[in-house]
Ligand binder design. Structure first.
Ligand code: ACM
Length: 516
């Protein structure tokens, strides 16, 4: 009886939004859910005297310390200083250090130990420390995310968290081709995914409606192909310098950029820019509609492969990550007998740049190279064919993980060709059991794509992405054994305050009780 009164009281507090933060670590509501949480007595209180120490003279660790300080200082007003330490604990401080080999934590895991006197964050690699920093943010009141000084008790509950991801690939895809998004928008999106420990941003840089990356040897791609977008707006493109700036910004948040040039279909912007890429040597008209599957590069022309070599070489030279994405989806007007040798040749071209190929699941119709990865979006049969050839799969199932699918029939933005994806449906699936014959050992990770036929600005991106994104982050990070919608939705509801503090335009799903 007493227990049920307590439970009722707890639920009531949540309903009224009075629980703004876990007072003890066992009530933490972190997303993605950590592997292990052991509460202890006490709290660590941030104050104007708190400093952030990094152990050893490491510019990279100092940068992570500065990132943490930049997140904690505006709302607290404390101006936390970042200092170098010899490893001795300084009372009242937050200490970031690289430990020796804690094999269980891997490259991205961390251990966070909080006591009355200190906060100690350790990891094998800087990426792990960065992930631990995201946990520190979420353990503090949501107001920590605000950019002006707030009144709050800035306390971290004592105990130890040990945490590491289920999958090494966790991220999003943003279609900047159908509608173009400015560098500042891409950076904001990077910041938002970093907070949920995602580590990949796949940029869909070219499609029928626009070419968005400067290629110096083929300038018309951007001057002509980049000049419009869906609906006929002025489009845009990233110069190589701007792209490098995005890559650097992402890398500082331990996020890898994967650039995609979709081919041989989804290429009208290129075909409109250069007549020689067309079999009839005539440039197509720029396209601002939303049909798919009508364009193709001319697969038996030599110049096509020179074009691809130039594009992929320039892209490889400005992309430090190991992957180049070649699209390969929905090439409905490319004959299969042309499509297969085309994908085989493009794999060879990419291999010569030193990069590995990712393609949408259709590429498994070709002969996959050992370093080629298949991104499952539509046909289980294709993904299974990829696995049979030894390829690893990235899970982006349209019916579960497409961020442009509408929440329900009342959603104004987005599409619903793969169905409606309410927040519970987006969360309630397991990559390792979704497709027969594809298990955890075959899966690199999860990417949730946002196609932008109907999405025109950052506020619209936010509305489709939130609140589903934390769910995809959790699917990628946390063990399926510990996941259930009924438990998750309570934690998600509490994130509502954080969405508000970050000024995120989220969809307030009725399936969730949002704390405000
Ligand atoms: C896709 O949605 N055409 C990959």
């Amino acid at each position: 009886m007493l227990k049920s009164i307590l439970v009722l009281g707890f639920v009531a507090l949540q309903m009224t939004g009075s629980i703004v933060q876990a007072a003890t670590l066992d009530k933490q509501t972190i997303i993605p859910k950590p592997v292990s949480v052991v509460p202890a007595k006490g709290t660590f209180k941030l104050s104007s005297k708190t400093a952030i120490f990094v152990v050893g003279e490491s510019a990279e660790l100092k940068q992570i310390g500065s990132f943490l300080s930049a997140k904690l200082s505006p709302a607290t007003g404390f101006g936390l200083k970042v200092k170098t330490s010899d490893g001795k604990k300084v009372a009242g401080s937050i200490v970031l250090s690289l430990s020796a080999n804690d094999t269980q934590l891997g490259d991205e895991g961390y251990q966070l130990t909080i006591s009355n006197n200190n906060v100690s964050l350790t990891a094998n690699k800087p990426a792990g420390l960065f992930n631990g920093v995201q946990t520190i943010r979420q353990l503090l009141p949501a107001k920590i995310e605000m950019t002006t000084v707030q009144k709050a008790s800035w306390e971290l509950p004592a105990g130890t968290i040990r945490d590491y991801p289920e999958y090494s690939f966790r991220g999003v895809m943003l279609d900047v081709a159908r509608h173009f998004f400015q560098v500042a928008d891409v950076k904001r999106y990077i910041d938002l995914i970093a907070g949920y420990k995602m580590n990949v941003m796949h940029l869909h840089l070219a499609d029928d409606q626009g070419w968005r990356i400067e290629i110096k040897k083929w300038p018309n791609l951007t001057t002509i192909g980049g000049s419009t977008q869906v609906g006929g707006g002025k489009g845009g493109f990233y110069t190589q310098e701007e792209y490098k700036d995005i890559v650097k910004y992402a890398a500082e948040r331990y996020i890898m950029i994967i650039p995609e040039i979709d081919m041989p279909g989804h290429t009208n912007a290129a075909l409109a820019s250069y007549p020689e890429l067309n079999c009839n040597d005539t440039a197509t008209k720029l396209y601002t509609g939303t049909e798919v599957g009508f364009s193709t590069l001319c697969t038996d022309k030599k110049v096509t492969y020179q074009f691809i070599t130039d594009v992929m070489s320039e892209l490889a030279s400005i992309t430090p990550g190991p992957y180049l994405h070649i699209g390969g989806d929905e090439s409905h007007v490319t004959k299969l007998e042309d499509y297969i040798p085309f994908v085989n040749k493009v794999q060879e071209i990419v291999a010569r740049t030193g990069k590995k190929v990712i393609g949408w699941d259709e590429i498994a119709l070709s002969t996959l190279q050992p370093n080629t990865f298949v991104q499952y979006w539509a046909k289980a049969y294709n993904a299974q064919r990829g696995v049979k050839q030894g390829a690893k799969v990235i899970m982006s199932p349209g019916a579960n993980a497409y961020l442009d699918m509408q929440y329900d029939t009342s959603t104004k933005l987005g599409l619903h060709w793969a169905g409606y994806i309410e927040v519970d449906k987006g969360y309630s699936w397991d990559p390792a059991t979704l497709v027969p014959g594809i298990g955890k050992e075959n899966i690199l990770g999860v990417i949730a794509p946002l196609w932008s036929e109907t999405i025109t600005n950052m506020k619209e991106i936010e509305y489709m992405v939130f609140p589903r994104l934390p769910g995809y982050a959790e699917i990628g990070w946390s063990s399926p054994a510990g996941r259930s919608w009924s438990e998750y939705k309570v934690r998600l509801g509490i994130q509502g305050e954080r969405f508000k503090a970050l000024d995120i335009n989220y969809y307030p799903s009725k399936l969730v009780t949002w704390s405000k």
